[in-house]
Design a protein around this ligand. Structure first.
Ligand code: 0O2
Length: 210
């Protein structure tokens, strides 16, 4: 690649714009005093050395990076509840400033490692001084518990360079199940609270949550 900085500039632009837009969704819910399905948003442009490494591992020639490497621009949306993830996906699908071109549900189908998240690949038209350019971006949507697991697993993986001993793999999978159970329990607690509030506000008296 002749000039990485120039190549990555539109990706920087896309990450900044999508961050603003996704944070905008959160703000709209807050302004209306509603539960927001988005807790927080982060974004990054893949570092050059990671792009080069992925090219080597997957045999991607530099001329095909733009179409074949779909996560150079990466956004991550953290949610409180699993249901929120599907609500965010619905909101993103409805938008007409981007086009969803691929979806991967690693929540219903968790990865072998124990990884859970919902991935969307979107095509986003960014306006540059020499015209419009369609850029691919990956949006990962996950709960705080999924993020907790993935963040730690990723940093441990880095230390072990992807080669965990079998026992560690099993323990990480168990930890992933524990995070999954925690998500399920939090959703159940929320449902019971909502049910109690509903009964109370409809004049059926106090309801005890057991
Ligand atoms: P980084 O540092 O986050 O950018 P495929 O190879 O076809 O299965 P592909 O193209 O690798 O799919 O995309 P996939 O699996 O849909 O998403 C890849 C990204 O998801 C990773 O990016 C991670 O961010 C995340 N991810 C996927 N699997 C795992 C996992 O087991 N553990 C953790 N912690 N994250 C995972 P990068 O480029 O690997 O890393």
């Amino acid at each position: 690649m002749q000039d990485w900085e120039l190549f990555l500039a539109p990706y920087e632009q896309v990450v900044s714009e999508l961050k603003v837009k996704l944070k905008g969704i959160r703000q709209q819910y807050r302004d209306q005093n509603l539960h927001t399905p988005i807790e927080f948003v982060t974004g990054r442009v893949k570092p050059i050395h990671s792009i080069q490494l992925k090219c080597q591992l997957r045999g991607i020639p530099e001329s095909k990076i733009e179409r074949e490497m779909q996560d150079i621009a990466g956004l991550r949306i953290m949610c409180q509840f699993v249901d929120d993830i599907y609500e965010v996906v619905r909101l993103i699908r409805l938008r007409n400033d981007l086009k969803v071109i691929q979806e991967r549900d690693y929540i219903s189908n968790r990865k072998e490692s124990g990884y859970r998240s919902y991935h969307l690949i979107v095509e986003y038209p960014v306006q540059l001084i020499d015209g419009e350019k369609k850029i691919l971006a990956e949006i990962q949507i996950r709960t705080l518990a999924m993020n907790f697991w993935a963040t730690i697993e990723h940093s441990l993986n880095y230390k072990y360079q992807g080669e965990f001993p079998e026992k560690i793999n099993d323990r990480l999978k168990n930890a992933s199940e524990a995070a999954h159970q925690l998500d399920a329990e939090m959703s159940k607690i929320r449902e019971e609270i909502q049910e109690a509030q509903h009964l109370f506000s409809h004049g059926k008296g106090a309801h005890h949550i057991e």
